[in-house]
Design a protein around this ligand. Structure first.
Ligand code: SF4
Length: 345
């Protein structure tokens, strides 16, 4: 598609979101990326948190981490470019050892993935022998390798229920775990790491064991924010991601994964919607559905997702950088946990 055609396509969607001067520049970049993508037999996967000009121009598939993991598992391309963060690119590599997986910005991490190590999981397994470990996909490969099964925010409840186990270790997101515990009627404890020992009140009755990891974006939304927005917009429908605190989720009208939130907005009609998640997703919904009145709290941004740009994606394809590798013994163990999740849905 020549740059002019790409510009026209992007203009149709983004005319109210991206000013023309930037749109022309970005259409040129997107055109170069799409040509190189064909030349190099690559597929581009784009997470829902990508900025609108990237999201609506270069990905072959856009969606949440579960959908993109599924697409990664199905691709027959030589190269997978992951416009998302490192743990997502690692998941693509776990599923595709024979393909080159590229992440456009090597520093695109995640506070949840950083919150737990494989040694921490081994310590938990030692303290709670025989208890199955469910690990959120927002973790690095070596942590997945210590797990029985992975989950996403879209299937966490189903995954926990599928284990039919009286107790489950659920890592590392404190808030997602607490939201799942509430939904499944389980009582959850959060052991703390003392001098190489896990400490918790042993007199408590519990069915879930959590960890104190948090998403640095979603933890910032508060019930006070919700109250203030409802006061100004009494007819607003508030949607929160399950990485938000249980109090915020309880004060919202709907909570779900990024894809579930998009689908909710598509099938409903409200005078205003407020999304409590990465701000770029609101821009992407406005571009696709200009008739939906979106409110956003954009002072809270994900510093990792925002590192992925069209410029770096072009460089990634030109220079074959940054290649994501996972040591084979780790990959094989992590693969079991990821495949078990994909089989559940
Ligand atoms: S939004 Fe939160 S969970 Fe997602 S990549 Fe950023 S820090 Fe990680």
């Amino acid at each position: 598609m020549p740059a002019e055609e790409m510009y026209a396509k992007m203009k149709t969607l983004l005319r109210n979101v991206v000013p023309d001067v930037e749109l022309r520049y970005k259409a040129e970049l997107a055109d170069q990326i799409n040509r190189l993508k064909v030349e190099r037999n690559a597929v581009i996967l784009g997470h829902n948190y990508m900025e609108p000009a990237l999201y609506h121009s270069i990905p072959d598939f856009v969606g949440d981490s579960l959908f993109l993991a599924r697409q990664a598992a199905r691709t027959d391309k030589d190269i997978i470019v992951f416009c998302g963060v490192k743990f997502m690119a690692e998941t693509a590599k776990i599923l595709n050892p024979g393909r080159t997986v590229l992440l456009p910005a090597i520093k695109a991490g995640c506070s949840l993935a950083e919150s737990i190590t494989a040694a921490d999981v081994r310590l938990l397994k030692k303290r709670f022998p025989g208890v199955p470990v469910v690990t959120y996909v927002n973790t690095y490969a070596d942590v997945k390798a210590e797990s029985d099964i992975c989950c996403t925010s879209g299937n966490a409840v189903e995954v926990v229920q599928s284990l039919h186990s009286p107790t489950v270790i659920f890592l590392p997101d404190e808030y997602l775990a607490a939201n799942v515990a509430r939904e499944t009627g389980k009582h959850i404890i959060f052991p703390t790491l003392g001098a190489k020992r896990l400490e918790f009140d042993t007199s408590l009755d519990y069915q879930m064991v959590g960890w104190r990891g948090r998403c640095e974006v979603h933890e910032k939304f508060t019930v006070a924010d919700i109250r203030a927005v409802r006061e100004q917009f009494p007819d607003v429908i508030i949607l929160s991601h399950p990485e938000c605190s249980p109090e915020v989720v309880a004060a919202s009208d709907y909570s779900g994964s990024t894809t579930a939130m998009i689908q909710y907005i598509e099938r409903t009609s409200a005078p205003h919607y407020l999304l409590l998640t990465e701000c770029a997703m609101g821009d992407n919904i406005i571009a696709a559905h200009p008739e939906k009145p979106m409110l956003r709290l954009c002072s809270v941004r994900c510093p990792h997702m925002n590192l992925i740009t069209l410029e770096d994606t072009l460089k990634s394809l030109q220079l074959t950088r940054y290649v994501i590798d996972v040591p084979e013994p780790v990959r094989l163990r992590a693969l079991q946990a990821v495949e078990r999740m994909i089989a559940i849905g």
